[in-house]
Design a binder for this molecule. Structure first.
Ligand code: ATP
Length: 630
């Protein structure tokens, strides 16, 4: 089995003349600046000007299997952008130049064999290291491997990247103590290593680590390149001299331009050859970064005489090295149009790739298991359970054994159900997709599962607890309040309430998925629910005509009507019981029967509309996620 995974072909990566520009906003004549530039001369411009900023300018280089290429440069020099372009994460139409794997354009198959470790660790905080990797293996490894075999791959990858010690520790985050920063980074690397990538690209894997941890991590990457034959590209912010020695090739960026590409061991010699040498012995990486920042201390030279460092280095690179690097890249047989060597695309590997996609159902079950594990602390949160029990007891005591004939009180109770079980689930559901966004985007980019399997797993996984809590609530309150003492009536009330909870949850999902920002989405859902509650039919009867239509889109209205129907039917029975034909318009309860029970929308319509809302909100959420994915 391990052999099966080890047979992935090698990748020779070449990138030629990569240029990336972005539009940074428009500047209008009235001085309103919407872009990044705020220079005074633009303020006076009469016309609207589109500003372009060059992030990468003609970057060329290559890296072979068994080699570790380090991309160095100050913050903002374009390292992440370059790595994104190399990993196929930057849309092709956004940049110019070529990224070639084994002399060919990057194909989906190659991208599947590419592991990309982003700068931020996008992991679930409540899963342990082993669980994180097991779920990843279940989703990413070929379906012809058994669960046991996938677990064995996880164990071997953990041993390879040094994670065995903390295998059962949770990942954690700022609020929950988990594995250390270095270990978290290793988990991100292991996540990519599971698919046995031929090309591994890492964006600043050492950021936030102390020099020892950084050295250990880069050594691990060195082993992957030198001993396992992987092609490794990593950006590093501030490598120590020990770390620098591990790099085979170094690319130094300064403001999106290359100032050096070549062997790490020859970098200092090159800069000396163009008259830039350190005035005292220093870490080569520090010296290179100083130069990339335009900082250079030179004895006996005044500030005025000092050359423009960046400008000089860019010209030197263009005059001395650029053409050599380009020739070296173009000179490989693969680029010259030769047919790629057979071993690079073995038939066996292609067959395996074709077989590797897990079935929809498989993805769904793994995602649901992961979702339940990751969110069990939230779902079975004792505070949430306490909140619901406290509310049910409070309502139970407030309406203790209420009388069937006290219609006003009873309607108040039924409306309280509608408010509580409208706001609570919608508010909880609104966070679902915004919180998952980073993981979802990353996993979608790696093609781990389909959107529909993720979506179904998310909404089904959330359902059980959303249904358990209202059942608990109603079982306590219904009997305490003395509502219709029939099992059938109780079960019907429960069914209506659960359906309403699912509709409210759907509203939360839809708003969350459309807005994708937890704070904004929770505000919108609160306002929406407020509108639904106000037009629900309890507070105001004579709603002004221009806003009266709102009740027809209010799920609270339909739920309230159904709950009343279970208790009072069409109101005939209670009408006769209270003798309302005598007191029409005078007795308060009779007034409630006239206004709230009689002649309202039919039960079938209420059920039908709630059903439409149940499906409609979820469909909206799904379409909103599709848009994000695209
Ligand atoms: N889509 C974009 N729109 C505007 N500016 C952008 C865009 N993408 C990147 N940039 C800018 O391009 C520059 C390079 O960004 P990049 O993230 O590649 O830098 P970096 O070298 O990786 O920096 P760091 O080390 O801080 O992560 C930055 O100044 C960034 O603000």
């Amino acid at each position: 089995m391990t052999q099966q995974l080890q047979s992935s072909p090698t990748i020779h990566l070449q990138f030629l003349d990569i240029c990336y520009k972005v539009k940074v906003g428009k500047i209008s004549g009235n001085g309103v600046i919407r872009g990044l530039f705020r220079r005074a001369n633009y303020m006076d411009a009469e016309n609207v000007i589109d500003q372009e900023r060059t992030i990468l300018n003609g970057i060329t280089g290559m890296v072979q299997p068994g080699e570790l290429l380090a991309v160095l440069g100050p913050s903002g020099s374009g390292k992440s952008t370059l790595l994104n372009a190399l990993a196929g994460r930057l849309p092709e139409q956004c940049f110019t130049g070529k990224v070639l794997a084994n002399g060919r354009k990057m194909t989906k198959t190659v991208l599947k064999r590419t592991g990309f470790v982003t700068q931020d660790d996008v992991l679930y905080p409540h899963l342990t290291v082993r669980e994180t990797l097991i779920f990843c293996a279940l989703l990413r490894l070929p379906k012809n491997l058994s669960r046991w075999e996938k677990a064995a791959v996880v164990d071997s990858v953990m041993a390879e990247v040094g994670l065995c010690k903390c295998a059962d520790t949770i990942i954690g985050n700022t609020f929950i103590r988990g594995v250390s920063g270095g270990e978290r980074k290793r988990v991100s690397i292991a996540h990519e290593m599971l698919v046995n990538p031929s090309l591994l690209i890492l964006d600043e894997p050492t950021s936030g680590l102390d020099s020892t941890a950084a050295h250990r991590l880069i050594s691990t990457l060195g082993v992957l390149a030198h001993q396992k034959g992987k092609t490794v590209v990593t950006s590093v912010h501030q490598p120590s001299s020990r770390v620098f020695q591990t790099f085979d090739t170094v690319l130094v960026l300064s403001e999106g331009r290359c100032i050096y590409f070549g062997k790490g061991s020859e970098a200092m010699r090159y800069f000396e050859s163009v008259d830039f040498r350190p005035s005292f012995p220093m870490n080569p990486a520090d010296f290179l970064l100083d130069l990339a920042n335009g900082v250079w201390q030179q004895d006996n030279v005044t500030e005025k005489e000092r050359p423009n460092v960046k400008h000089t280095l860019i010209s030197s690179y263009n005059n001395l090295l650029a053409s050599k690097v380009k020739d070296a890249c173009l000179d490989t047989p693969l680029i010259k149009g030769h047919t790629p060597v057979k071993s690079l695309e073995p038939k066996e590997y292609r067959t395996k790739c074709a077989n590797s996609v897990n079935t929809w159902f498989n993805q769904f079950t793994v995602l649901i298991q992961r979702s339940l594990k990751e969110r069990k602390h939230e779902t079975f949160n004792p505070l949430r359970v306490f909140q619901v029990i406290a509310a049910s007891l409070l309502a139970g005591f407030m309406w203790w054994h209420s009388d069937f004939r006290d219609i006003q009180d009873r309607l108040g109770l039924l409306f309280f159900f509608s408010i509580f079980w409208g706001v609570f689930p919608s508010f909880n559901a609104v966070f679902a997709f915004p919180q998952d966004r980073a993981v979802f985007m990353k996993e979608q980019a790696s093609g781990m599962y389909s959107l529909s399997s993720y979506f179904m797993a998310r909404i089904v996984g959330d359902a059980p607890m959303e249904l358990i809590l209202p059942t608990m609530f109603l079982s306590i309150t219904y009997w305490m309040c003395g509502l219709k003492p029939e099992l059938g009536a109780f079960l019907l009330t429960l069914l209506i309430l659960l359906a309403y909870v699912l509709v409210s949850q759907g509203l939360g999902f839809a708003v969350g998925a459309i807005i994708m920002d937890a704070k904004q989405a929770s505000t919108v859902v609160t306002v929406t629910m407020l509108a639904f509650v106000l037009t629900g039919g309890y507070y105001v009867h004579k709603v002004p005509g221009f806003i009266a239509w709102m009740k027809y889109i209010s799920s609270t209205y339909y739920n309230y009507r159904l709950l009343i129907h279970v208790q009072y039917g069409h109101g005939r029975e209670i009408w006769y019981l209270l003798g309302c034909f005598q007191y029409r318009g005078k007795h308060a309860s009779c007034k409630f029967i006239e206004d709230d029970i009689e002649g309202q929308i039919s039960t079938a319509s209420c059920v039908g509309i709630l059903l439409i809302m149940f499906v409609g909100y979820r469909l909206l959420a799904y379409l909103a996620l599709r848009r994000i994915k695209a």
